[in-house]
Design a protein around this ligand. Structure first.
Ligand code: GH3
Ligand code: MG
Ligand code: MG
Ligand code: MG
Length: 312
């Protein structure tokens, strides 16, 4: 049974965004055929700290959507050639754009059309003309909710960490960023040692507690800008931006030492669990697949060499 994400986990997630500077700012795509009106909205949203892309030619909206990955789309309904409601329907046909909120802003009076707009993928319907302060507030509230929901959808239900798919997306993004900035990032893959025997000895509920314990240890001891994912059952992946593999290995080794000293309440007596990890850097392996393979090779070497160690 998936447990609901605790409030503090949500807060952590939002903090995490705040720590990322630009990523904390909401990115809004404004689609309105009236360029003056579109610019007025954009100005108000930018003043409120948001990043805004304006599209006055609705036939270019899909292109802009793919390029900007906005947190929210603010869209006019009545536009020549392309109808905003029809556009929403098209947007919703793309899996990646299934969850981006679409807020319609329109003088549309027909309540049937308003309902249609929602049925085909719109989230809100704001009547025109709208006061700009009110617009900014509505956009921010909707964008915040969308981010919080995305955080829940993208997280592993046992640990609250990024799930496998989302971790790999982040890895691809961070690799692009590192290449752009000329920095190096490191990837660590962590696997609990003899975990099968933890389950066999103490039961799966205790095993789950150990998995959560390692998740918390990683969150506590790594940087806020580091990315932590649950890679598989008892495997974790960590991504350390701006960190060469030697430094990443040292850091993980410290986590390993501390974690290994932490007792867990067992079936009878308290017990300790260890992990092994492999680390690789993007300097030597610039492609995601190669980087993962190299970290995996390190993990395998650590296991073969007797476990409870970190290998580069
Ligand atoms: P090694 O040191 O070689 O990694 O040995 P291991 O026993 O950890 O490796 P193995 O891959 O054989 O076993 C992994 C175990 O992790 C088996 C599986 O039941 C357990 N596991 C995977 N996911 C979960 C989970 O969500 N909860 C619990 N309690 N156990 C899990
Ligand atoms: Mg219009
Ligand atoms: Mg394993
Ligand atoms: Mg294992």
């Amino acid at each position: 049974v998936a447990k609901p994400l605790a409030v503090n986990e949500l807060a952590d997630w939002l903090d995490h965004f705040a720590a990322r500077g630009d990523e904390a700012r909401f990115s809004i795509l404004v689609v309105d055929d009236d360029p003056l009106l579109a610019e007025a909205y954009a100005l108000a949203l930018r003043r409120a700290g948001m990043v805004v892309t304006v599209v006055s030619d609705p036939s270019r909206a899909m292109e802009a959507l793919s390029a900007a990955h906005p947190d929210l789309i603010l869209m006019d309904v009545q536009m020549p050639e392309v109808d905003g409601i029809e556009l929403a329907r098209v947007i919703r046909q793309t899996r990646r754009h299934l969850s981006v909120p679409i807020v319609f802003l329109s003088a549309e009076q027909d309540s049937g059309r308003q309902i249609m707009a929602r049925r085909l993928g719109g989230d809100d319907f704001i009547p025109k003309p709208v006061e700009l302060d009110r617009l900014v507030t509505l956009v921010r509230l909707r964008a915040e909710r969308a981010r919080a929901l995305r955080a829940v959808m993208e997280s592993d239900s046992l640990t609250g960490l990024l799930n496998h798919a989302r971790f790999k997306e982040r890895l691809a993004l961070e690799l692009e960023r590192a290449a752009r900035e000329g920095s190096v990032l490191s990837l660590g893959i962590i696997d609990l040692d003899h975990f099968k025997s933890v389950n066999d000895t103490h039961g799966h509920l205790v095993g789950d507690r150990v998995i959560r314990g390692l998740a918390r240890a990683l969150q506590k001891q790594l940087r806020r800008t580091d990315v932590i994912g649950r890679y598989g059952g008892e495997e974790f992946a960590v991504l350390l931006p701006n960190t060469p593999p030697e430094a990443a290995a040292t850091r993980l080794d410290r986590v390993r030492e501390r974690f290994g000293e932490t007792p867990f309440a067992g079936a009878e007596a308290p017990f300790r669990v260890h992990f092994s990890a492999g680390v690789a850097g993007s300097g030597a392996h610039a492609e995601a697949e190669a980087l993962i393979a190299a970290a995996d090779a390190g993990l395998y070497a650590a296991k073969r060499a007797g476990r409870n160690q970190v290998r580069g």
